[in-house]
Design a protein around this ligand. Structure first.
Ligand code: APR
Length: 249
């Protein structure tokens, strides 16, 4: 699909600063369900029961079983050509970063650099009370072994950002600083539905960056994009890389 229009192609030089802003859609082709697609997690489960402090306090075993299921699912898949392309892009455009809403760690696994995980990481375990990271088994059976407790007495919880919680302050601040400076931002596989992360493509646009959206569906950002590519990222990103590689050769 690519074939970037000339006026956009001309914006790319080896010095171009690029941010790859990603959501669950970039991991869809790895076999990880998204949240808001018709067969996504939130079409089957209540986010407030599974992804909020209140839901965890009401039934910590239920929440842990869901996150342990997701950990095992993610451990069984691998990055897809979309993730892999970003590693190639970052060799061609060294001044670049990844700002992701995803907690699956697939960007790191694919060799992407300068990654900002706005919503945490599903493989990190923290204390619900003191927030300290805990060194506990990645997989355990809450029914048989109970839920690990921190030295402070707090329950272990997944190290992800839940609804109603604030994002990691330094990570968000660093990511926003990048967004002020980039020349191009790709918004990839995000429904642009959950703030403050969803503000990122709008901020990039307002700061004069070229913003290209890669998403099979329309989003609230689509009409603001310089270019919207309505196709899967695992197909578009490899083609886009080849096109830019040839243009810069
Ligand atoms: N390539 C690109 N985009 C895709 C693909 C694909 N192969 N498949 C689906 N998409 C798009 C969908 O069209 C949708 O717009 O990915 C987007 C996924 O949207 P969501 O499921 O809402 O995921 P995301 O935007 O990451 O959600 C943001 O919400 O529930 C919270 O914390 C959770 O980080 C998550 C946040």
């Amino acid at each position: 699909m690519p074939n970037l229009p000339d006026h956009l192609l001309r914006r790319f030089t080896p010095e171009t600063r690029i941010a790859f802003f990603t959501g669950a859609g970039i991991s869809a082709e790895s076999g990880i369900p998204t949240f808001r697609d018709k067969d996504g997690y939130w079409s089957k489960y209540d986010p407030m029961r599974l992804a909020s402090v209140q839901g965890f306090e009401a039934d910590p075993e239920l929440v842990w079983n869901w996150y342990l299921y997701r950990r095992e699912k993610i451990m069984s898949v691998k990055p897809n050509p979309g993730h892999a392309s970003i590693t190639k892009f970052q060799k061609l455009f060294p001044d670049s970063c990844v700002i992701t809403q995803n907690v699956d760690g697939l960007h790191k696994q694919a060799g992407n650099q300068n990654i900002y995980e706005l919503h945490g990481n599903i493989f990190i375990t923290r204390c619900l009370e003191c927030r300290q990271e805990m060194d506990v088994p990645m997989i355990f059976d809450p029914a048989k072994e109970g839920i690990p407790r921190c030295d402070c007495g707090g329950l272990a919880r997944p190290g992800v950002v839940w609804f109603g919680e604030s994002l990691p302050v330094q990570t968000l601040s660093d990511a926003m600083t990048q967004v002020q400076q980039v020349d191009v931002l790709f918004t990839i596989g995000s429904s642009t539905a959950v703030y403050p992360a969803a503000q990122i493509p709008f901020d990039a646009r307002n700061n004069g960056a070229v913003v290209i959206e890669i998403n099979p569906d329309q989003t609230p950002f689509t009409s603001h994009a310089d270019l919207a590519m309505h196709a899967p990222s695992g197909v578009v990103l490899p083609q886009l890389f080849e096109e830019l590689y040839a243009a810069l050769a």
